[in-house]
Design a binder for this molecule. Structure first.
Ligand SMILES: C[S@@+](CC[C@H](N)C(=O)[O-])C[C@H]1O[C@@H](n2cnc3c(N)ncnc32)[C@H](O)[C@@H]1O
Length: 213
C-alpha cells in the first residue's frame, strides 16, 4: 500500500475498521448489486476501475470475478483495505491498493471508471466537494464513466457518527455537470445489518470533455 495519510477523519475511519466486524457496519451489503449493475451496463472488463472509499466492499472482488483486471481500491483506512484484500487470492490477483484521503489526493494515472458508494456524501465542506469533483474529472478518461451513490433526500442525516449531505438525483447530477453527462440513474433501498432501511441514489455519467492541454 502507498500514500499513507493520517488526519482526524482518517483516525476516525481507522478506528471504525480496526474495531468493528465489517458485517456489522450500517453500509455493509453482501452483494453490491446496484453498483455492479450500473458499471456492467456502461463499461466492460477491458476498462480500468477505481473504487473510491471502497472499504470492505465486495465490488472489487465481483469485478475481478467478472474479468476486470485493472482494479484500484482507494480508502483512507489501511485496515479497511486489509479486510478487502482478504476477498482475493493475493497470489494471482493484482489489485492496486491506495491508502489516501480523497479530499487531498490526486490521481497519477487515468481511470475508465470511477466508482463511489457512500463516500461523497461525507463531504460537507464546499472546498472538499470542489476538490473531489476536480480530482474525479481529472482522473476519468474522456468518455469514461462515473458511478456515484449517496444518501437520497430521505436518507439518514448522519452515518458512522459523522454528518452527511443528502442529495436528490438532480442535485447529485448538478455537482458533476460541468464535466459529466448523466446516462443512467438508480434508486436503492439499502437494508442495514440491524434491519433498518436507507435511501440511496446513484448516477452513472460519462466524461464529456477532455482535459485542457
Ligand atoms: C460508508 S463506508 C462505504 C464503504 C464502501 N464504499 C461500501 O459501499 O461498502 C465509507 C468508506 O469511505 C472511507 N472514507 C471516508 N472518508 C474518506 C476519504 N476522505 N477518503 C477516502 N476514503 C474515505 C471509509 O474508510 C469507508 O471505508
Amino acid at each position: 500500500m502507498s500514500d499513507a495519510v493520517d488526519s482526524v477523519p482518517g483516525s476516525h475511519w481507522e478506528r471504525v475498521w480496526a474495531t468493528k466486524p465489517p458485517e456489522t457496519l450500517s453500509w455493509f451489503e453482501s452483494a453490491p448489486t446496484t453498483s455492479l449493475q450500473l458499471i456492467e451496463t456502461h463499461a466492460s472488463p477491458s476498462n480500468s476501475v477505481i473504487d473510491i472509499g471502497g472499504g470492505s466492499s465486495r465490488l472489487a472482488g465481483c469485478l475481478y470475478a467478472n474479468g476486470y483486471r485493472d482494479i484500484s481500491v482507494l480508502d483512507i483506512s489501511q485496515s479497511a483495505l486489509a479486510i478487502n484484500r482478504q476477498h482475493f487470492n493475493t497470489d494471482t490477483a493484482k489489485i492496486n491498493w491506495i491508502v489516501a484521503d480523497v479530499t487531498s489526493w490526486s490521481a497519477t494515472r487515468a481511470y475508465d471508471v470511477w466508482h463511489d458508494r457512500a463516500v461523497f456524501h461525507f463531504l460537507v465542506a464546499d472546498t472538499d466537494v470542489e476538490h473531489y469533483v476536480a480530482t474525479c474529472a481529472a482522473a476519468v478518461s474522456l468518455d469514461g464513466l462515473l458511478v456515484v451513490g449517496t444518501f437520497g433526500p430521505n436518507g439518514p442525516q448522519a452515518c458512522s457518527g459523522l454528518p452527511v449531505q443528502r442529495r436528490s438525483i438532480t442535485a447529485l447530477s448538478a455537482c458533476f455537470a460541468r464535466d459529466f453527462m448523466v446516462v443512467d440513474t438508480a434508486e436503492a433501498t439499502h437494508r442495514t445489518p440491524n434491519g433498518s432501511t436507507q435511501e440511496l441514489v446513484f448516477i452513472a455519467a460519462r466524461r464529456i470533455k477532455n482535459l485542457p492541454s
